[in-house]
Design a protein around this ligand. Structure first.
Ligand code: PHE
Ligand code: ZN
Ligand code: ZN
Length: 277
């Protein structure tokens, strides 16, 4: 499986930092969506901007399909692109959004033989109550989606390594990757229902993902296994003006989680020939 180049992910983070806050809807959100869509279109993705209304305003999801693979067996990966209005949201969720962009570009570059169709989503209005992912599930439906993988906050500055425990097989795939790099994980407990996997799970889709922690405090035991600072939040700048790049993103965690996502995607969707490894 590919090693996702972290320097490319951080280049996307720099771009998002220069745009500034991306609340949904806003000119910042549109600029960020336009940046990501442009890269995906150039790489050969079929992209679609899905408009929806919430709270009297029009919001947008970006959906990108990689041509190929059986259309009725889909592996979907998603991350919310909107930030709160208080800050530029570089960990929440520039981290997941930029990692998914680079994973999508890596898939396009390698162009492996696929056993599943692969679809990526960048959600709008997550911060307003998971509105974009909810809209997608309600209007596009989940027929054929065999797994949904969510990436929301994957580069917290004082990181933990939390794996969603919603589906045992997906959980094990992420844990297999972390075992291979000798990083211990914990079960993600804080996030149940708090991000865009929830509408998929509620519709009966198997969901998985990784998370490096938000406002919760890192314990002494967690600092002993992961490094960083005990007695401090995983992300002291959660939903604040100081959620910036580079200050508020841990690039080691960012890199590991992007590689974990690639590992799981390849396990789920890529044919088994050596040339595709
Ligand atoms: N969805 C939360 C947010 O965007 C972050 C979060 C993700 C919290 C996963 C817990 C688990 O603010
Ligand atoms: Zn948030
Ligand atoms: Zn988030």
């Amino acid at each position: 499986t590919p090693d996702i180049p972290v320097a490319n992910i951080t280049a996307h983070l720099s771009q998002l930092q220069s745009i500034g806050p991306r609340p949904s809807p806003s000119t910042g959100y549109i600029s960020a969506l336009t940046y990501i869509k442009g890269k995906l279109d150039a790489a050969g993705y079929t992209t679609q901007v899905q408009n929806f209304t919430y709270g009297g305003a029009t919001h947008q999801n970006l959906i990108a399909d990689w041509p190929g693979g059986p259309g009725n067996q889909v592996v979907m990966l998603g991350s919310h692109l909107d930030s709160v209005s208080a800050g530029p949201g570089l960990n929440d969720n520039g981290s997941g959004s930029s990692s998914m962009l680079e994973l999508a570009l890596t898939l396009a570059g390698r162009n492996p033989t696929l056993t599943k169709h692969v679809r990526f989503a960048w959600w709008g209005a997550e911060e307003l109550g998971l509105r974009g992912s909810q809209h997608y599930v309600q209007t596009s439906g989940v027929s054929g989606i065999e797994a949904y993988l969510n990436f929301d906050m994957t580069g917290s500055p004082n990181p933990g390594y939390f794996v969603y425990d919603d589906d045992p097989q997906l959980q094990r795939l992420f844990n297999d990757y972390y075992a291979s790099i000798n990083v211990q994980t914990e079960i993600e407990t804080a996030g149940d229902g708090r991000s865009d996997h929830a509408p998929f799970k509620n519709a009966g889709v198997r969901v998985g993902g990784v998370f490096t922690g938000a406002e919760a405090i890192k314990s002494a035991a967690q600092a002993a296994k992961w490094g960083g600072t005990s007695g401090q939040a995983f992300d002291r700048c959660y939903h604040s003006a100081c959620d910036t790049y580079p200050a508020n993103v841990n690039t080691t965690a960012l890199d590991r989680n992007a590689d974990a996502a690639a590992y799981v995607l390849w396990k789920l969707a890529v044919g088994g020939t050596a040339a595709d490894d």
